[in-house]
Design a protein around this ligand. Structure first.
Ligand SMILES: Cc1cc2nc3c(=O)[nH]c(=O)nc-3n(C[C@H](O)[C@H](O)[C@H](O)COP(=O)(O)OP(=O)(O)OC[C@H]3O[C@@H](n4cnc5c(N)ncnc54)[C@H](O)[C@@H]3O)c2cc1C
Length: 400
């Protein structure tokens, strides 16, 4: 993201976002906690570069930056409804919108998980791409809250994701700008509808294994409504494998690969796709050469496939039904290794750092199997020094 928008970090900082990854004394000993069942992985915030900020702030800052690019025109309150073609349908030459046609040398579909590109391709005579679908049936309830002044937890972010084995409920609490907390509760699968009423939500959080979400809800006052969201399916579309595809067209971000949002990787995947596309175009002198659409589709797939596989492996562990998604042969091994890795990460800072890098897509998932990491993961757990996990924090998380 920062490569795409140099200086964005300082802007977000000035707007009150909390920048991690520095030795800022104000951060003190704050950490990111990933909790599952009896395992807590502690990642000191100064290890990991990123922001704690609301989605609204991040999108506002990026939108302002994009508007500053001299050859960018934003057309608001309109909809793209189809593709324009030339060269007997072999080339996409623009898009149809509710406000008229717009010509283009390259059309980039970034319309997100509800992209209608497969249908638009069919309309101009192409077979749509093959898809993998995961029925994750994810439900969210989120709110922003003002914590009471005495609530000063040691964590910066807590991901109490899938808090116990076999449970599909999870919670996320993070500090965002202006001293606020963002609190989300979610579930994967049909069994756990998430309430949208604040009192019911508090009661729901009280029943969770890791009491951190309940504690945050109890000790803060919502400053807006509880917003709910329901994502039935996650889809990967294999544009890079299409037998025939028109030139002048590429799909990026969720339009190409939208995995389960609970893993929080979609914005990074979208940014990595934009970056890959930019590099490819730069390498071709700014003008897409013949076959660009295939190279672009492959580049986008290369940066999104790791996140898709991580999410799919997790979803399969929780029994989500899939269609067209071949279970990776490594899934069983991945899941077993991941269990062990998480236990090792809770005790070994170097494994925690590698785990965090992969979760944040700074390194590919294969990095977790590198000899250096694998050696530490496979070492007997009793040989490790658990490090200074504070008793208070463990009590709050309910994993002491
Ligand atoms: C509840 C929830 C929580 C999430 N949490 C996280 C998180 O913590 N971290 C993270 O990294 N990711 C998270 N994600 C995923 C993340 O939101 C997406 O992966 C990311 O926004 C994808 O970016 P995108 O640009 O591809 O698509 P989007 O952000 O979906 O943008 C698509 C845009 O295209 C517009 N559009 C759609 N159709 C048309 C059309 N026909 N014509 C014109 N415009 C159109 C839409 O209005 C929208 O503005 C979450 C997602 C959800 C649903």
């Amino acid at each position: 993201m920062i490569r795409l928008f140099p200086g964005l970090s300082a802007e977000l900082d000035a707007a009150g976002a909390i920048t991690t990854g520095s030795n800022d004394p104000e951060m003190g000993d704050r950490s990111i906690f990933v909790v599952r069942g009896g395992t807590t992985i502690r990642i000191p915030v100064w290890w990991t570069g990123g922001f704690c900020a609301s989605r609204v702030l991040i999108e506002h800052a990026i939108r302002a930056r994009v508007r500053e690019i001299p050859n960018v025109t934003v057309r608001e309150r309109t909809l793209v409804t189809g593709l324009l073609t030339g060269e007997n349908g072999r080339r996409v030459t623009g898009v149809r919108t509710l406000d008229g046609d717009v010509g283009a040398d390259l059309v980039v579909d970034a319309t997100g998980r509800r992209s209608r590109l497969p249908e638009w391709l069919e309309r101009i005579g192409y077979r749509p791409p093959k898809e993998s679908v995961v029925h994750s049936d994810v439900r969210y309830a989120s709110l922003v809250a003002l914590p009471d002044p005495s609530f000063n937890p040691e964590w910066m972010i807590v991901l109490a994701a899938q808090a116990t084995r076999g449970s599909t409920v999870g919670g996320v609490v993070l500090r965002v700008e202006n001293g606020l907390l963002h609190i989300s509760l979610g579930s994967t699968g049909r069994r756990n509808p998430i309430p949208s009423d604040i009192d019911e939500l508090r009661a729901f959080a009280d029943r969770m294994t890791a009491p951190v979400t309940a504690e945050a809800l109890r000790r803060s006052e919502p400053i807006g409504p509880v917003r709910t969201y329901h994502v039935r399916t996650n889809v990967r579309r294999y544009y890079e494998r299409m037998d025939a595809m028109p030139s002048g067209l590429v799909a990026i971000g969720d339009a190409a690969s939208a995995s389960n949002p609970v893993y929080g990787q979609g914005m990074s995947v979208a940014a990595l796709g934009a970056d890959a596309l930019g590099r490819l175009l730069a390498a071709e002198g700014g003008v897409p050469g013949p076959g660009f659409e295939r190279r672009a589709a492959r580049a986008v797939a290369a940066v999104s496939s790791g996140a898709w596989r991580l999410a799919l492996t997790e979803d399969l562990r929780y029994g989500c039904r899939t269609e067209g998604a071949r279970t990776p042969w490594t899934a069983r091994f991945d899941a077993g290794y991941r269990d062990r890795l998480e236990r090792a990460a809770s005790l070994d800072p170097e494994v925690a750092a590698a785990f965090n890098d992969v979760l944040n897509l700074n390194r590919p998932p294969a990095a977790l199997g590198s000899p250096a990491v694998a050696r530490r993961v496979l070492r007997p757990l009793r040989d490790r020094n658990p490090g200074p996990l504070s008793a208070t924090v463990l009590a709050v998380l309910g994993v002491s």
